[in-house]
Design a protein around this ligand. Sequence first.
Ligand SMILES: [Zn+2]
Length: 306
Amino acid sequence: MIFIGGLGRSGTTLLERLLGEIPGVIALGEVVHLWARGVIDDEPCGCGEPFSECSFWHKVGARAFGGWRARQAESQLDLRARVDRTRRLPLFLLGMISREAHLATYVSTYARVYTAATEIADGRTVVDSSKHASLAYCLASILDLHVVHVIRDPRAVAASWRQMVRRPEDGHYMARWSPWRTALHWMVQNLAFELLSMRGVRVTRVRYEDLVADPETTLRDLAAALRLPSSPEALSFVEEGHAQLGVAHTVSGNPMRFALGRVAITDHPADLAAAQRRLVTALTLPLLLRYGYRIACQRSSPCTRP
Ligand SMILES: [Zn+2]
C-alpha cells in the first residue's frame, strides 16, 4: 500500500494519477474523504459517476462491508475526530500512542477498503493520496505502507492556496489560506513526514519541480523505489512531458483527478507579492534549504538546486 503525503497543492493528485497508470497499481484518491464526500454526500467519483452509482466503489463497499451505510461512515468520521488529528502527532512521536482500540478500529476500516479495492481491481498495489501526516501516522502504527512524501516550493504552494478555484464536484470555491498560514502548515506537514521516516517507516521524497521538469526519469526512479514495474513499457504512458491518463476511480482530490486522455505535465505558477514571498521564505527557511530551494527566486528563474 502506498500513501501519498504532503501539503495540499503540492502535486499529490498529479503524482497519484501517474502512479495509477502503472500496471497493477490502483489509485483510490483521498480515501480520508471517502466517508463524508463519497458515502454521505455522494460526490462524483473520478470516473464521473456519483459515488453511489460507480460500479467499482459499489463492489468495494459490498466486499468490504456488505455495502456502504451512512451510519458506518458517520462512525468512521467520529473515530477520525478522536484519533486522526495533527495535534496528536507529538503523542505518536513520544511513543504515547500504541495500539489503542479506537485507532485499531479506525485503521482496520481503511485496511478493509484497501484489500477490497485490490481484489476488485485485480491489482497488486493501492495508492491512497490522503496527504495528511496524521493519517499516515495512524496507518503506519498498524499497517505496512510505503509513504511518498511530495514537496513543492512553499512560495508556489502559498500562491496556489491564494487562488480562487471552484470545486467541480459542487461548484463551491476551494478553501483559501493566507501565505503565513500556508507556510505554517507546510512546515508542520513536511516536518511530520521527515520524523515519520526516522521512526522506521519507508518514506520516499519526491520534489514536484523535478517531476514537472523530467517526468520520465522522476517517475522511473520513484517506481523503482516503490518496487513497482519501472520498465519503459510499464511507463510508456509518459512521453515528452505528457501523460496518457485513463479513467481512475478516485474518491476525492484536486480537480485534475477528472482529467482524461493526453495531459500536459506542467507547472501552473501563480504570483505572490514580494512581501508575502519574503514572509513565506523566512517562515519555512530550514526545510526550504534542506529540500534544495533557493532563497531568492522569481517566477522566471528556477527555484531549485540539483
Ligand atoms: Zn468510479
